[in-house]
Ligand binder design. Structure first.
Ligand SMILES: Nc1ncnc2c1ncn2[C@@H]1O[C@H](COP(=O)(O)OP(=O)(O)OP(=O)(O)O)[C@@H](O)[C@H]1O
Ligand SMILES: [Mg+2]
Length: 509
C-alpha cells in the first residue's frame, strides 16, 4: 500500500536560518505519528509547508502515492489536510459556529446569497457535541477559556473531511480530562483510517498516544522509531544530541522573612477569599484544574484585574495595585499564561522585548545605554538558550518555545522581589525546561520569592518548596515539599480532600 504521506528531500530557509533541511519521512494511513524535537527544530515549519501556509524551497510531497502541490491553505483543505496550529487562530469577536464555518457558511436554498444561520448553528453544535464539549455554537469565542478555544479549533478541523490531521501542540492548554477526550478522539479517527501527526513537548503524552515517533533536530530527521521500541531517554538523547540531566536537584533554600501576604482576596467565582503567604527565597507551587482560579490569583496579585475585596502586603506594608505598572514598580514580575495576548510585542525585536521593562534601569539621562542593554540581552539569550539569528530578530519569527523563553528572560533580567510564573514551561522543550527549572531555583537561591502555577504535577513536585492546591476559587490544600504526592494533589484539585492542614485559609480577616 502507498503511504498516506511522503516527504521527499524538503528544504526551507528563512533569513539567517536553515529551518528544514533534506527532510524525508513517510506516514501511513490509520497511524498516529508523533513529531518531536527541541524548540526551533523545524517542526512547525514543516507542518506549515504541509498545510499550505508557506512554500518549501525544494522537495516533493506525495499523498496516497500522488505528488501534490500545496500552494495555499485552501488547497491543503481540498486535499484533506487540516492543521490545528500552535497559536490559536480563531476570531474572538465571532461566535463559535461562525468560526467553525468561516468561508464556507451554509446558504439558504431560496436565497443563495444569504447565510442559513439556523443550519450553521445546528451543524456547528453537532461538531461540538460529537467532541463532548459543553460549549454552545452561539457563544462568542472571546468568552471562552484558552482550553475551550483549543477544543473549538479541533472541532473546526474535524468538520473538514480530513485524511490527514496535524495537531501542533494541541494539549498545552488542556486539562487532564480534556487531554483524555482528545486522545480518545484521535484513536477513533485513526480507526477510521485517518493519519494524525502529533507534535508535543510532553513525552508522556507522545508515548501514550503515538504509534511511531519521529525526531527532528536542526531541521533534519534524526530517526523514526515505533513507540514501543524506544525509551523516553533515547528519544530525549536523539532530540538534544547528548545525554541530558532532566531534573536538577532542588537546592535547599533557607526561607527568609515574610515578603508577600494576601488576605481575603475576592473576585467573583474565581477568588473566594484567598489567603496566602510567600517568604523570601521560597518557591510556592500552585496546582489545580484549569478554571480553578489559579491564573486569576496571579493576575490579581499583579494588579492586572480589579478585586472586590482583600489586602495585599509587601514586606509588611499594605500595597495598592491598580494596574500592572504599580506591581512592576514594587518589584513584582509576572510571566502570564497567554503570552501572545499579554506578554509579547510580536512585531518588535528580541532585544526590545527583553529590555522593555528594564528601560528605566539602563537609561541614563534620558538615553538608553544600548551597549549595556545588548550585553544583558546576549547574556539572557545564552543562559536560556534562545534560538534566534540575532537580537534584532522580530519575536514573531521565533519558534513557539523560544518566544516563551523571551518573556521569561524579560522578567529574569529585571531582578524582581516576587516573580509570578503562570505555566512557565508550557510549549518549552525538555532541555530548555530543565534550564528554566534550574534558573527558577537559582533565583530563589538569590532571595526572590516565587509563585509558580503549573498544570504539570511533576514540575510542581520537582520545583516547589511548598504546594497550594486551588479548586473553585479556594485554596483547598497545602502541602510541604516532603508531604506532597501526585495523588494527594489530584485529590485536592478534584474535591476529594482528606483533612488537610489549612491553617491559613481558616483564619478570618
Ligand atoms: N517566518 C519566519 N521567519 C524567520 N525565521 C523563522 C520563521 N518561522 C520560523 N523561523 C525559524 O525557523 C526555525 C524553526 O522554527 P519552527 O517554528 O519550525 O520550530 P519548532 O520545531 O516548531 O519549535 P517549537 O517547539 O519551539 O515550536 C527557528 O529557528 C525559527 O526561528
Ligand atoms: Mg512549533
Amino acid at each position: 500500500m502507498k503511504p498516506r504521506l511522503k516527504f521527499e528531500h524538503i528544504y526551507k530557509a528563512f533569513p539567517g536560518v536553515q529551518a528544514v533541511r533534506d527532510f524525508s519521512l513517510e506516514a501511513q494511513s490509520a497511524e498516529i505519528l508523533a513529531l518531536v524535537g527541541e524548540n526551533g527544530a523545524g517542526k512547525s515549519t514543516l507542518m506549515n509547508i504541509l498545510s499550505g501556509a508557506i512554500l518549501a524551497d525544494s522537495g516533493r510531497i506525495f499523498l496516497d502515492g500522488e505528488e501534490v502541490m500545496i500552494d495555499s491553505p485552501r488547497r491543503a483543505l481540498e486535499l484533506g489536510i487540516t492543521m490545528i496550529h500552535q497559536e490559536l487562530a480563531l476570531i474572538p469577536q465571532m461566535s463559535v459556529g461562525q468560526n467553525i464555518f468561516l468561508g464556507r457558511e451554509p446558504r439558504l436554498s431560496t436565497l443563495r446569497a444569504m447565510v442559513d444561520w439556523k443550519e450553521l448553528y445546528r451543524l456547528a453544535q453537532q461538531e461540538l457535541d460529537r467532541l463532548g464539549l459543553k460549549i454552545s455554537a452561539r457563544d462568542l469565542v472571546q468568552d471562552l477559556t484558552i482550553a475551550q478555544r483549543q477544543m473549538v479549533e479541533i472541532a473546526k478541523a474535524l468538520s473538514y473531511k480530513a485524511r490527514l490531521i496535524v495537531l501542533d501542540e494541541p494539549t498545552s492548554a488542556l486539562s487532564e480530562r480534556e487531554i483524555e477526550t482528545l486522545f480518545d478522539l484521535m484513536r477513533s479517527l485513526r480507526q477510521h483510517g485517518v493519519t494524525l501527526i502529533f507534535i508535543s513537548h510532553r513525552l508522556e503524552e507522545v508515548f501514550a498516544v503515538a504509534d511511531r515517533i519521529a525526531v527532528m533536530r536542526d531541521g533534519q530527521l534524526i530517526g523514526v522509531k515505533a513507540a514501543n521500541e524506544i525509551s523516553r531517554d533515547e528519544v530525549v538523547e536523539m532530540m538534544v544530541g547528548r545525554e541530558l540531566k532532566e531534573f536538577f536537584p532542588k537546592a535547599n533554600v533557607q526561607r527568609g522573612a515574610l515578603v508577600l501576604s494576601v488576605r481575603g482576596l475576592k473576585r467573583g467565582k474565581n477568588l473566594r477569599g484567598i489567603n496566602l503567604d510567600l517568604y523570601q527565597g521560597e518557591i510556592v507551587g500552585v496546582a489545580g484544574l484549569v478554571g480553578s482560579g489559579r491564573s486569576e490569583l496571579a493576575r490579581a496579585i499583579f494588579g492586572a484585574d480589579r478585586v472586590e475585596a482583600g489586602k495585599i502586603s509587601l514586606n509588611g506594608k499594605e500595597i495598592q495595585l491598580h494596574k500592572p505598572e504599580d506591581a512592576i514598580r514594587l518589584g513584582i514580575g509576572f510571566v502570564p499564561e497567554d503570552r501572545k495576548a499579554q506578554g509579547l510585542f510580536l512585531g518588535q525585536s528580541v532585544r526590545s522585548n527583553i529590555v522593555i521593562s528594564l528601560l528605566n534601569r539602563i537609561s541614563q539621562l534620558g538615553f538608553i545605554r544600548f551597549k549595556l542593554a545588548d550585553e544583558l540581552v546576549e547574556k539572557m539569550i545564552r543562559q536560556l538558550n534562545i534560538k534566534t539569528p540575532s537580537v534584532q530578530q522580530r519575536v514573531r519569527n521565533l519558534s513557539g518555545g523560544n518566544q516563551q523563553k523571551v518573556v521569561i528572560a524579560r522578567w529574569m533580567s529585571l531582578n524582581p522581589k516576587v516573580l509570578i510564573l503562570d505555566e512557565p514551561t508550557r510549549g518549552v522543550d525538555v532541555a530548555a525546561k530543565a534550564e528554566i527549572h534550574a534558573l527558577i531555583s537559582k533565583l530563589a537561591g538569590q532571595g526572590v520569592s516565587i509563585l509558580m502555577i503549573s498544570s504539570e504535577l511533576l514540575e510542581i513536585l520537582g520545583v516547589s518548596d511548598r504546594i497550594l492546591v486551588m479548586r473553585e476559587g479556594n485554596i483547598t490544600a497545602e502541602f510541604s515539599r516532603k508531604e506532597a504526592t501526585q495523588e494527594a494533589i489530584m485529590r485536592a484539585a478534584t474535591g476529594q480532600v482528606d483533612n488537610q492542614r489549612l491553617s491559613l485559609q481558616s483564619q478570618t480577616v
